[in-house]
Design a protein around this ligand. Structure first.
Ligand code: NAD
Ligand code: FES
Length: 271
């Protein structure tokens, strides 16, 4: 069992949790993730490791469905049944001079450990962070510790530029050039960021989070197509160079699961 040591509400949908998990903490690198189960009936929830402090692991989750809502009901002192990791491949840290992180919504959580690693290596790090409104901009204090410049976008204009991260990028690229970018957020955001970056000849790493079941390459559920070849996000990723990713296929599959979940919920309501 894995004890919850701290819990912090980041906004109405998103919490940060610090969990005592010494074996995971000892072996984790930026980009690794864990899969947890709240209890015996719980679904497996994959979450990127956001931070390590001694024997403790920080995770951030969005209360989107049944299992993440169940996780959100746990309190400090409660225990999580399974907390397996580190899983996946660590993110590739490029040998470059300048890096731009591009975070969309809760994607700011998995981006943080990668940007921290670049900053720790003395690489100049900037950030573009976007969210639907100012309350959904998370981890700004942590990013302020490592970034030279932070550019904010909100869909409603309540903080920073009114618009998407791509609105900010359009302006930023008029004066700045980066050796490498890392974009993490909704699939549609990563799709459009990669397309824009291709025009400016800037490489983009992305983090892919298709539905995962076992997290060990056995079930095939997390498959992604990159340059026409099949990869499994759980063992080959979750971070990949974004240029060859078939985002349309991933978006179609994500919508399929959302519709399935919607139909299941309707059936439950009708019973
Ligand atoms: P959201 O839908 O509120 O979008 C966040 C920001 O992304 C927007 O404010 C905007 O700046 C940008 N964005 C959205 N659509 C865009 C478009 N068409 N073009 C350009 N930019 C666009 O995000 P949210 O609700 O916080 O995130 C939820 C989604 O993020 C979920 O689908 C979740 O699965 C995904 N997610 C992905 C990862 C990952 O590792 N890839 C991690 C966490 C969450
Ligand atoms: Fe089953 Fe990746 S989650 S193969």
């Amino acid at each position: 069992m894995y004890k919850i040591l701290e819990k912090k509400v980041l906004n109405i949908d998103v919490d940060l949790m610090v969990v005592e998990a010494p074996l995971v903490a000892r072996n984790a690198l930026p980009g690794h993730f864990i899969i947890l189960r709240v209890d015996e009936l719980g679904e497996r929830i994959p979450l990127t490791i956001v931070d390590i402090d001694g024997q403790n692991v920080s995770i951030i989750y969005q209360k989107l469905g049944y299992s993440t809502s169940l996780l959100g009901e746990l309190k400090v002192g409660d225990e999580i049944l399974d907390f397996v990791g580190p899983l996946g491949k660590p993110a590739h840290i490029h040998d470059v001079k300048t890096v731009l992180g591009i975070a969309g919504g809760v994607g700011a959580a998995p981006l943080l450990p990668q940007l921290k690693e670049y900053a720790a290596r003395g690489i100049k790090v900037d950030l573009v962070i976007g969210a639907r409104n100012k309350d959904y901009i998370i981890l700004l204090d942590k990013y302020e510790e490592i970034c030279e410049n932070i550019y904010i976008a909100t869909d409603d204009g309540s903080l920073g530029t009114k618009g998407f991260v791509t609105t900010v990028l359009t302006e930023l690229y008029k004066t700045k050039k980066y050796d490498q970018t890392i974009a993490i957020g909704p699939l549609v955001m990563m799709k459009f960021v990669v397309a824009m970056n291709k025009k400016y000849n800037v490489p983009t790493d992305v983090s892919l989070n298709p539905i995962m079941i076992d997290g060990t390459g056995m079930c095939g559920n997390c498959r992604v197509t990159i340059d026409g070849k099949t990869f499994f996000a759980c063992i080959d990723g979750p971070d990949f160079p974004g240029e060859g990713v078939d985002f349309d296929e991933l978006i179609a599959r994500q919508d399929y699961y959302s519709e399935e979940e919607h139909i299941c919920n309707l059936k439950l309501v009708k019973k």
